[in-house]
Design a protein around this ligand. Structure first.
Ligand SMILES: Cc1cc2nc3c(=O)[nH]c(=O)nc-3n(C[C@H](O)[C@H](O)[C@H](O)COP(=O)(O)O)c2cc1C
Length: 385
């Protein structure tokens, strides 16, 4: 495959490496497990959009830590597809529409809880590889900007430490990996999650086995679980009897399973290929959302459907929302922004909110909550790359 452009060149490099691009920053000596790009970080203001945080992290983090966040499965074809797919669909912009109120229409509900924007911080393990305060930065930034955060079970900080950092009334959804064979362990995890005050369980179902991750294997930072899972829909039914919390299934990636999720009255699903870290060749969440929309668009009204993977621009968010997706998850960009700590995470949230508003305005969509499939030409076109 041809070399892949991870981030389009938007003129960042001279700010990061100097005008002659020769003053490479030395790899910092901070121990990997404690993260740390300190001493190397450029001015936070040079990050103008989501892809910039990755470019900065690649320069500033130890290679092993960067690779843990960056890697995808096998030849990373789905990783590339996640980023590229959005550009196969062009908008149908409308003109002479009063879009002056757009910023006041970004708010949404997820499982009935109010948030200021239709995007959230996806559950990603090991935030401590980027910053010593790890997930605490996500909790606090999410509270400040009133967006949803889904902490990962394999976080650097414990469920309890993360809950402790919550603001008054802050809503978190807890991501869990469960054991199909050890109900005692599952019960214990669920009790901890409930006690911590999580408002929903995000049960990840797209990791039936370890991800086959070549890039990660070079640095010994592969996926954390090494068993083949025995989960079934019957297990899901049993799980619903173990807790009163709503359960969101994360990693639904076929129309057949979406139909089953409806049949089993699942509270919500996340269309996700796990950031392309599990099955190379999996479809992208945009493609699955398009398939649902083509086959039975009413499904989007029957449960909250969220989606993640490769979302890097406001326009990516708009395309998913136009199909009926309720809110969109962002993973790696937040992990990379965290090298700047809470300030970096907050800045990213503000930047994405602004992009969504600007893009919706230029699209001629006066109210984000009213965006619909007419705003996009769903005939795929050749990507510009
Ligand atoms: C470093 C890293 C760790 C992740 N850890 C988890 C995890 O523990 N549980 C989970 O459900 N998903 C995990 N994911 C997947 C994310 O929740 C999300 O689906 C994905 O990152 C979205 O794609 P994006 O990174 O392109 O935004 C992880 C992703 C990354 C990049």
């Amino acid at each position: 495959a041809r070399p892949f452009l991870n981030e389009p060149d938007t003129g960042l490099n001279p700010f990061l490496f100097g005008q002659n691009a020769t003053d490479e920053c030395p790899v910092p000596s901070t121990p990997q497990s404690q993260g740390g790009a300190e001493g190397c970080l450029p001015d936070i203001n040079i990050a103008k959009g989501l892809p910039d945080y990755e470019a900065i992290a690649r320069k500033c983090l130890p290679a092993r830590n960067y690779t843990y966040y960056r890697n995808g499965a096998a030849g990373e074809y789905t990783y590339r597809r996640n980023l590229a797919i959005f550009h196969q669909y062009t908008f149908r912009p409308r003109i002479l529409v009063d879009i002056s109120k757009i910023e006041s229409t970004l708010s949404t509900t997820i499982l009935g809880y109010n948030f200021s924007a239709p995007f959230y911080i996806s559950p990603c393990a090991q935030a401590g590889m980027a910053h010593p305060n790890a997930e605490i930065n996500f909790v606090k930034a999410a509270a400040k900007e009133n967006i949803l955060y889904m902490p990962a079970l394999f976080a650097t900080r414990t469920i309890e430490e993360i809950a402790e950092a919550k603001a008054e009334g802050q809503v978190l959804f807890q991501q869990l990996y469960l054991s199909a064979t050890n109900d005692t362990e599952t019960e214990e995890l669920i009790r901890r999650t409930e006690k911590a005050g999580a408002k929903a369980i995000v049960f990840t179902v797209d990791s039936a086995a370890d991800g086959n991750r070549h890039r990660a294997a070079r640095y010994d930072v592969g996926s954390a679980d090494s068993s083949y899972s025995a989960f079934t829909w019957e297990y899901y039914v049993k799980l619903t009897t173990m807790t009163k919390l709503p359960i969101i299934l994360k990693g639904v990636m076929s129309f057949a399973d979406v139909q089953l999720a409806i049949k089993y009255k699942v509270a919500g699903i996340i269309l996700s290929n796990h950031g392309a870290r599990q099955l190379d060749g999996a479809p992208t969440s945009l493609e699955v959302a398009i398939e649902i929309h083509q086959k039975d668009p009413e499904i989007f009204k029957k449960m909250d459907i969220l989606a993640d993977g490769g979302v890097r621009y406001g326009t990516d968010v708009l395309k998913l929302l136009a199909l009926g997706v309720k809110a969109v998850g962002v993973g790696r960009p937040f992990m990379f922004a965290n090298i700047f700590g809470q300030e970096g995470v907050e800045q990213l949230i503000r930047q994405l909110k602004k992009e969504i508003a600007l893009d919706a305005a230029n699209l001629g969509c006066p109210d984000l909550r009213e965006i619909n499939d007419n705003f996009v030409d769903w005939n795929p076109k050749q990507c510009v790359d």
